[in-house]
Design a protein around this ligand. Structure first.
Ligand SMILES: [Zn+2]
Length: 229
């Protein structure tokens, strides 16, 4: 029975394959067109004026999640260094692929935040990270060309440099007090990424995030500020 059916089946498949191909093409093209239209409508319709802000926010939080994964990976092999400030985050640059280095940049960063930064993705941009040495990272310098995020920096950002939970590993910077895509993304040392609206962040106007008892946000209230050796 099978012997008889197989040739028939083959013929059938042979005849049908064009039809199948056409159907697949129609489905793929139709789906693509629909997706394109959806993207166009979603991106341009005035019904969602904050669409780009939300997109930026999601991207920003994903950046912090990725950096968190890399920091945890380093910690798990005992290779997490206690640099101050953004250098704490930049220590994972060697673990990031060339094409992913924009992970260090917040998509909602105000224009002009970093002067002299090469175009994102350009060979100069990539070289900037590849040339970083451990010695460089232990210097305190203006890292705004390299990253939009503040790491543990007790002078400018109250993010604590030590591992225990309830502390901040990174937060968005809000230079010049400009609203930073409608809030601040923070990465806690327990690897949670939160988004805090301006009204929940004391010091948002000055481009800082205040944590500890004086913070208006419950999540930040419980965090430690400074010191903590
Ligand atoms: Zn951001």
């Amino acid at each position: 029975m099978n012997d008889e059916e197989q040739p028939k089946g083959r013929r059938g498949r042979g005849g049908g394959s064009h039809k199948t191909l056409i159907i697949v093409l129609v489905v793929v093209l139709g789906g693509g067109a629909l997706l394109g239209i959806a993207l166009l409508v979603g991106g341009k319709t005035p019904v969602f004026p904050q669409g780009f802000e939300v997109k930026d926010r999601i991207q920003c939080m994903n950046n912090l999640r990725l950096l968190s994964d890399l920091l945890v990976a380093r910690h798990s092999v005992g290779n997490l260094k206690r640099y101050d400030g953004p250098a704490f985050l930049l220590q994972v640059a060697p673990d990031v692929a060339d094409e992913d280095l924009a992970v260090f940049l917040c998509p909602g960063e105000p224009e002009g935040f970093a002067s002299g930064r090469p175009a994102v993705g350009s060979p100069e941009f990539i070289r900037m990270y590849r040339d970083l040495t451990e010695e460089d990272l232990s210097e305190s310098r203006d890292w705004s060309r390299y990253t939009s995020y503040a790491g543990p920096d007790l002078k400018n950002f109250p993010v604590n440099r030590y591992w225990p939970e309830g502390r901040l590993w990174a937060c968005d910077r809000c230079p010049g007090g400009k609203p930073h895509h409608l809030g601040v993304a923070v990465l806690q040392a327990d690897t949670r990424v939160d988004f805090l609206a301006p009204e929940h962040v004391k010091g948002f106007e000055d481009g800082r995030v205040i944590v500890g008892p004086g913070a208006p946000d419950q999540r930040l209230k419980k965090m430690s500020v400074g010191g903590g050796k």
